[in-house]
Design a protein around this ligand. Structure first.
Ligand SMILES: *[C@@H]1O[C@H](CO)[C@@H](O)[C@H](O)[C@H]1NC(C)=O
Ligand SMILES: *[C@@H]1O[C@H](CO)[C@@H](O)[C@H](O)[C@H]1NC(C)=O
Length: 495
């Protein structure tokens, strides 16, 4: 309980009301005073009104003048002290930067004059001098203003005073007025209930105007928020989520099953992380499939002449950190061959590439991937479907550009117009899985599979205005950014 609150109560007890808080408590900061009033008013011990007004306040120089006399007055005293007159060159030594003002005003008042290089007094012997500048300022200090508007304007122009807003309060007794402040209970306790004291206790009323405390809680990472948006888009289009929760794959599922030849540069150490332990994975149980993959690579099959190189089983069993989630899609499509039917699958998960880390690349990122299997699909279906998918992300105007991927043919890069950058930017890659891959699995010849992918990081960075990927993922991430960013809406102005 602050002493100020008790002082206010005591003053009210003696005087009945406080008409003007600034007159009664001139030393007290209005904000401090108001917070004491609020506390008392919340207990209905007082009532108060706020009055806003303007008054002139003295700055430092003016306070010096009030305490020590005006510059001209001080100069006059010096001149009077020096019997021989005061050398003009000495004025600055005791008047400092105020020497010029002091001389100018003392001349103007007719107090002093010049005699060669000296200042002499022009006053009669027993004349009385009034320091009007100091008197005016004293008046302003007391009342906040001056009756003579001309003098007021002059002081304002000399920057001795400034007009300032002030708050004062008038206070009257409230219904619960007392000289003592009662301690009100804030919570009912088990002790109060067992002793029965709750029935006599007085409780503090709820303050519905105070802001609640924000509870400490976890927060979703922006990538998770955008991931959730993508999941909802996929679900709305009839897709099921693939079980993508494994980071380690065999080269077989990551590359060979996708008809990526064993000497492809993507399989180099520079691009892919290989594991030392375990160094090798198990071969797939389906021996016929294993042989089909070997045949497709080596000698050609399913209407293809193959890559025509000696395919090595042990190379395909090396363990890798998966470089794309398409490894999972491959396994799912192999399963689909047991009971082929139209199917829509997606995954959004982490993949790893041995890349130099910079502002836009990390050695790991998240891939959004969809596969769509049905009979007799065409390239037109791929383009139409991509337009539908990306329009759900707010991208309504896609362009398609032919490209090369080892496991899709034909393949298309997807571009969107980026208003901010004023250019077409690549937003995804897509294609139709090759027959060398699908027919080796045992899928029927007329079942075609469309696949497409994009990174999760890129739309997230655009959505949240992050230009350096290291501010999004990793040890440099600002936790405040994670906690305070809003939910993502992909369908609204991402591009
Ligand atoms: C008055 O003058 C004395 C001596 O120069 C100085 O120390 C003091 O700060 C002055 N008073 C004010 C209020 O400026
Ligand atoms: C796919 O197209 C072929 C050739 O036009 C046709 O024979 C076959 O019935 C079609 N498959 C389905 C499932 O419609």
């Amino acid at each position: 309980m602050s002493d100020l609150q008790l002082t206010i109560l005591k003053t009210l007890g003696e005087k009945g009301t406080i008409a003007d808080s600034s007159a009664e408590f001139p030393e007290i900061n209005p904000l401090t005073f108001q917070s004491a009033l609020n506390s008392l008013a919340s207990k209905s011990m007082i009532e108060y009104k706020t009055h806003e007004s303007e008054k002139y306040l003295l700055n430092d120089e003016a306070q010096d003048i009030v305490a020590n006399g005006s510059h001209e007055y001080r100069l006059l005293n010096k001149v009077l002290e020096s019997l021989e007159g005061l050398k003009i060159s000495e004025v600055d030594s005791f008047m400092g930067k105020n020497g010029k003002v002091a001389q100018g005003r003392a001349f103007k008042n007719g107090w002093i004059g010049k005699d060669g290089d000296k200042l002499v007094t022009k006053l009669d012997k027993d004349a009385t001098v009034k320091d009007s500048t100091a008197e005016q300022l004293k008046e302003i200090e007391k009342t906040g203003t001056l009756a003579n508007k001309k003098d007021l304007t002059e002081l304002k122009k000399r920057k001795l005073i400034t007009l300032t807003k002030v708050f004062t309060f008038s206070v009257t007794k409230g219904t619960e007025f007392a000289l003592e402040i009662k301690q009100l209970e804030t919570d009912i306790t088990s002790d109060m209930i067992t002793s029965g004291s709750w029935s006599k206790a007085e409780f503090k009323p709820y303050n519905f105007n105070s802001q609640g405390v924000i509870p400490q809680a976890g927060a979703l990472h922006p990538l998770n928020k955008v991931r959730e948006e993508f999941r909802q888009i996929f679900f709305s289009m009839g897709f099921s989520e693939m079980p993508s929760n494994q980071y380690v794959e065999s080269g077989f599922w990551n590359f060979d099953a996708l008809y990526v030849p064993q000497q492809h540069p993507a399989r180099d150490l520079q691009d892919t992380f290989y594991l030392k332990d375990p160094v090798a994975a198990k071969a797939p149980e389906d021996k016929e499939y294993w042989d089909n993959v070997k045949l497709a690579h080596e000698g050609g099959a399913f209407g293809s002449i193959g890559y025509r190189y000696p395919w090595k089983g042990e190379e395909s069993l090396r363990t890798v950190l998966r470089t794309h989630t398409t490894a999972i899609s491959a396994k799912m499509l192999k399963d689909l061959a047991k009971d082929p039917k139209p199917t829509r699958l997606f995954s959004i998960d982490r993949v790893f590439r041995n890349e130099a880390v910079d502002a836009t690349h990390l050695a790991e990122f998240h891939q959004v991937e969809g596969v769509f299997a049905d009979y007799n699909l065409t390239l037109g279906d791929l383009i139409g479907f991509m337009q539908q998918f990306f329009s759900k992300m707010g991208v309504h105007n896609c362009r398609f550009k032919p490209t090369y991927n080892p496991y899709t043919e034909p393949s298309l890069e997807i571009y969107a117009w980026h208003g901010g950058l004023a250019k077409w930017v690549e937003i995804g890659n897509s294609g139709m899985f090759r027959p060398e891959m699908l027919q080796a699995m045992g899928l029927p010849k007329d079942m075609r599979v469309l696949g497409w992918g994009l990174s999760l990081e890129r739309p997230t960075m655009i959505k949240y205005g992050v230009s350096n990927i290291r501010e999004l993922l990793g040890h440099k991430v600002d936790l405040d950014f994670i906690e305070s960013n809003p939910a993502a809406r992909l369908d609204q102005d991402i591009f």
